[in-house]
Each structure stands twice: as structure tokens, then as C-alpha cells.
Design a binder for this molecule. Sequence first.
Ligand code: A2P
Length: 274
Amino acid sequence: MNAPAKTDDFVATKPAVPDNVYAETVLAVEHYTDFLFRFRMTRPAGFRFRSGEFAMIGLMVGDKPIYRAYSIASPAWDEELEFFSIKVPDGPLTSHLQKIKAGDTVLMRKKPTGTLVLDALTPGKRLYMFSTGTGIAPFASLIRDPETYEKFDEVILTHTCREVAELKYGFDLMEEIRNHEFLSEIVGTKLKHYPTVTRDPSYPNQGRITDLIESGKLFTDLGVPPLEPATDRGMICGSTEMLKDTKALLEAAGLTEGANSQPAEFVIERAFVG
Ligand code: A2P
């Protein structure tokens, strides 16, 4: 005879959140284009990171979590966390993540990491942040961190996208800084934004950042001297090809790649995807 089944064998249990993962609440979502959005979520008490680092962000899909590396776009001092994301229609995570709403739960692994941090650069005068697409995210963090302006006299954020609509997040950040109670004063005139597009003839600023470095147009437009290892530092975030090509140009100018363990003149985020 079969023993009667215990009732709790039939209770559907929610998959438990593992010890190394935070479960946070979405606070706001803003869609920029069919392919880009940002969201803000609660920041767990005790979660520390350095501006420019990334974390593994995830969602429960069915009964399994799916994670991807996401640069934290908010600065280290912010009480909330911000992320800027692409939407890939059949992407394992982003096809779900793009549907989140305020009140939903997002998972985040507890340990942030990354190389786009001020500590990985040797002291310099001018900091270039070269980004394409969602590669602007770690710089959204760093340009809102007062420490960036303690360490550098001039900060140049370049952002290249295919179309003008994709530049909007960068423009919003600049406006937020200009209107911010304490950041506006700290940043002053130190931050320069250099947006360009490559597939939208309607916009005046045209071209890949690599072409603009090579031709020298970037420097004449900004009114600064060409790249110089004694004064200039760089951070690069974009597609694999963009990283490779930009790195080659910085090396040709005499700058050396650094890391957390060995600070030098420029750094690259290789964990970035898309
Ligand atoms: P382009 O339109 O000429 O390919 P993607 O969406 O493909 O990642 O591209 C984002 C932006 O980065 C686009 O403006 C694109 O220009 C530019 N880009 C792509 N590959 C490179 C590269 N190797 N070096 C510099 N910029 C690049």
C-alpha cells in the first residue's frame, strides 16, 4: 500500500535566491528607442562598488536565473542603481529585461568588478572616455563621480552611435549634471561631451571616433593638443572591434594599457557585450 503523500510535497515553492545574489526592486524604466532603455532599482544596503565597475544582472526565466554583465551607470555615491541596456528581440536576458516595470524584481550577483576605474590609471591631466552605443554606461557612472574631477582637469566623453536617437541618454546625463545641486559646481566646465553618428546624415557631428582620432578632427574640434602620454589618459568601452581599433590608436600615440594591478595610461572593458 502506498503511504499517503505529505501535503507539503505539493506546495509550489518559489526558487530561493542564492546567498551570493541580491533581489532588488525596479524603481523606474525609461525607453529611448526600440533598442535602448535604462532602468533604476533599489541599491542593497552594504553593496559597495567603484564608479565604472560592472555587476552580473539577472532575471528568473522559468525556474532558472539568467545573468549578463552590466556596467553600473550610476555613481558610487548614489542611493539607487542605474543600468543602460540594449534590447535584443531574441536575447536570452534582454528579451525579458526590456519588459520590466516598476515593482518587478531584478537579481544582481553580489560582487562587482571591472577595469574602467580611476585606480587603474596613473595620474594625468585629461581623461578621455571613448564609447560606442551602450558602452557609455560605465562613463555615466564616472562623469557623475566627484573623484573624477579631483583627479583630472579635463574630462572628454565621446559617444558614437549609428543614429541621433541613440545619443539621447548622453544628452540627458549632461543636462542632469548641469542641473544637479552639487555636481554642477564640481564639474563646472571640466566635462566636454563629443557625440557623433555614423549612419544619420542629418546630424552635424559625423564619423567613427577612430577616424576622428586618426584625422585629428577630434582634437581640433575640442581645441586640445593631440594625444600625449605625459598628460592624457583613456578609457574605452564599446564593441570588440571598436576596442581593438581604438586601443591601436592610443598605443600608436605612445599610451600603455593598464589594469587594477598595474595602473597605466589607458584601460579597456573587455567584459562589455553589445
Ligand atoms: P558604423 O556605423 O560605421 O559601423 P554597433 O551598433 O555596430 O556596435 O556600432 C555602434 C557605433 O560604433 C556605430 O556608430 C559604428 O559605426 C561604430 N563602430 C563600429 N565598429 C567600430 C570600430 N571598429 N571602430 C570605431 N567605431 C566603430
